[in-house]
Ligand binder design. Structure first.
Ligand code: PMV
Length: 353
């Protein structure tokens, strides 16, 4: 089974055989926006989720990650592009842990030099960990002589989510992706529809560009303390069915309301956890109000938020202009980003190192 749909990069495609010191590999991997949220983990360290989730892979919000092979035993180095400064420890520590995990999996000993850059603000609830860790895992595996395109998808997904970011596994595939989990905790990735089957637009209203107050890993841990978690889990099978059907029917009006219910429930669980987590900012509510006002004006737009204050507004391509204009006009919106359904990770010859 093919590991990912990673495309492109002539130089990368031509690489075969033993990896050589100094060789560089670059992966570009997208963020994704969850329609049915992963919130609550059976095992937060290994990112084994409590519930199945469904997301849409994005196209423009991406992480670019270059990995360079160093001699065996050399220390790993983590740099932030474009300044090429060593990454601060809270960023570098989980990256180094993932490098070590991939190195052990590949059975290699070489040191690794890594540079990474996002096309969008990090840590603002825009799934920078999903794009970042999927790009890092793919580039590292390839730099160490493995070919992610030929690896077993489940194995690659497990390796990716072991980074601690479960949603990173969903970014390995393009289009609309379900991340299923069985009663016994075995997870499986499944593409529900490809990027060319249906194109949705995602206008992201940034109301906050500071890092979120509590990490999603901590949020998953605290979810169990919410008295409403069990009710949410009861409601999920029906929601998953509705989202799968809406994707199969390419029906935004069927998809939108479930996606909004899901977003509100994720934040309801966060706010009712002990201690509570408030990701929303006043601007979040202002955008939600504007989305309802758009619908009153017969523009099909639906809002969702991951673990952060910023709002993703989903619509069909014909409505994007109107949605973007209305959101950009709000005082509380710092900036809008425009994204769309994307094709998944790719290899690239433009290295950061
Ligand atoms: O993958 P993590 O640990 O960053 O958790 C993702 C949590 C949400 O973004 C809020 C929901 C999701 O399914 O992406």
């Amino acid at each position: 089974m093919t590991g990912t749909g990673a495309r492109g990069g002539r130089e990368a495609e031509a690489r075969t055989g033993e990896p050589r010191t100094g060789e560089k590999v670059t992966a570009v991997s997208p963020a994704n926006i969850a329609f049915v949220k992963y919130w609550g983990a059976r095992d937060p360290e290994r990112a084994v989720p409590l519930n199945p989730s469904i997301s849409m892979t994005l196209s423009r919000c991406v992480s670019r990650c270059t990995v360079e092979l160093r001699p065996a035993g050399a220390a790993d180095e983590v740099l932030l592009a474009p300044a090429m400064r060593p990454a601060p420890e809270p960023f570098a520590a989980p990256v180094r842990a993932q490098l070590e995990r991939v190195r052990r999996w590949a059975g290699r000993k070489e040191g690794l030099r890594v540079a990474t850059r996002n096309s969008f603000p990090s840590d603002a609830g825009l799934a920078s960990s999903a794009s970042g860790f999927s790009a890092l895992t793919l580039a590292t595996a390839r730099a160490l002589g493995r070919d992610p395109d030929r690896e077993d998808r489940a194995e690659l997904a497990t390796l990716t989510r072991r980074s601690g970011s479960g949603s990173a596994a969903r970014s390995l595939l393009g289009g609309f992706v379900e991340w299923d989990v069985s009663e016994s905790g075995v997870t499986r990735l499944r593409r529900l529809a490809g990027p060319d089957d249906w194109e949705l637009r995602d206008v992201i209203a940034l109301v906050e560009t500071e890092p979120k107050p509590v990490s999603s890993r901590e949020g998953h841990r605290r979810a169990h303390t919410s008295p409403y978690l069990s009710r949410r889990l009861e409601l999920l099978p029906e929601r998953l069915r509705r989202v799968r059907a809406a994707i199969a029917d390419r029906d935004p009006a069927a998809l939108g309301p479930v996606v909004e219910e899901e977003a509100v429930d994720l934040h309801l669980i966060a706010m009712s956890s002990r201690p509570p987590i408030f990701y929303w900012r006043p601007g979040t509510l202002r955008v939600l109000e504007e989305v309802r006002s758009l619908r009153r004006d017969r523009v099909g737009a639906w809002a969702t938020m991951d673990a952060g204050a910023n709002v993703h507004v989903l619509c069909v391509p014909e409505e994007e202009e109107e949605v973007a204009e209305r959101l950009a006009a709000l005082d509380e919106v710092v900036r809008t980003l425009r994204d769309r359904t994307g094709a998944g990770p790719r290899w690239d010859d433009e290295h950061l190192l």
